[in-house]
Design a binder for this molecule. Structure first.
Ligand code: HEC
Ligand code: HEC
Length: 210
């Protein structure tokens, strides 16, 4: 065998080994229902949140859920300190960075798939009808391209805005504007040019979808 082909062979072996290593974490998904129950202690049963500070996540796409968990794990997005609302840890403090850090990749995938199969339950919350109408217009010109069907489609892997808790959405606008949460390159200029009034109107529009 000449030197060139044995080098090639070596390269193939090394590549093979590193693929093997990447696939290595031999973690098997634990019982999905028990993981989902941990989420439910804050996010409500099947991700339908009853608390305005905690977003509803049932019915989100699995891709968005997995990506979000990765972002939290890497602490690339702020984790708001929060308390368990129910369950055995009720009253104890935690946050999404800790929750994401405690889950291995297989469990994250499994719970994301589970939650993606649930229905997104829209929050019952107050809104101003005139502001909602204004917000609808802003949404249709600036946001619709990526947040389809009034922000209700999970298929665009951009979360679900329609019927999400206003408190949570307002918080995310602040975090986005402060540059603390990574944002789609094309969403950035759209968000930055919004007036405070438009932003407020958008939140009323999403809240109006019940
Ligand atoms: C101790 C309470 C608590 C637990 C337990 C918890 N979460 Fe959260 N989660 C929150 C809060 C509060 C937020 C919103 C604030 C933030 O981003 O830190 C959030 C945000 C999220 C988001 C972002 C939603 C969005 O629209 O971008 C996802 C995804 C998420 N959680 C998934 C999960 C999953 C999956 C589990 C279970 C494995 C879980 N959470 C367990 C409190 C919790
Ligand atoms: C070019 C595509 C694009 C446009 C235009 C866009 N977005 Fe987004 N948006 C995204 C993507 C992708 C995400 C998911 C980001 C992530 O992974 O965290 C997102 C996430 C969000 C979130 C966070 C959702 C959550 O559950 O935490 C909000 C709020 C939001 N967008 C509001 C808007 C508003 C309001 C507009 C219009 C002014 C807009 N976006 C325009 C692509 C876009």
């Amino acid at each position: 065998m000449d030197r060139d082909s044995s080098l090639k062979q070596l390269a193939l072996i090394v590549a093979g080994l590193s693929i093997g290593l990447l696939a290595a974490p031999v973690s098997h998904a634990a019982d999905v229902a028990s993981i989902a129950e941990q989420c439910a202690a804050c996010h409500g049963k099947d991700g339908a949140s009853k608390e305005s500070t905690v977003p509803s996540i049932g019915g989100f796409s699995a891709t968005y859920l997995v990506d979000s968990m990765k972002t939290y794990k890497k602490k690339e997005r702020p984790c708001v300190e929060t308390k368990y609302l129910e369950g055995p840890k009720k009253g104890q403090k935690s946050d999404m960075c800790k929750v994401a850090a405690d889950l291995n990749a297989a469990d994250t995938q499994a719970v994301a798939k589970y939650l993606a199969g649930k229905k997104f339950v829209r929050a019952k919350q107050p809104f101003d009808a005139a502001k909602a109408q204004q917000g609808k217009n802003v949404h249709n010109t600036e946001c619709k391209k990526c947040h389809e069907k009034g922000g209700s489609s999970a298929d665009d892997d951009a979360g679900i805005l329609a019927g999400q808790w206003a408190h949570y959405l307002k918080e995310q606008f602040v975090i986005f504007r402060a540059g603390k949460r990574p944002m789609d390159e094309k969403m950035k200029p759209k968000l930055e040019k919004l007036s405070k009034e438009d932003e407020d109107a958008l939140v009323h529009y999403y809240a109006s979808q019940q």
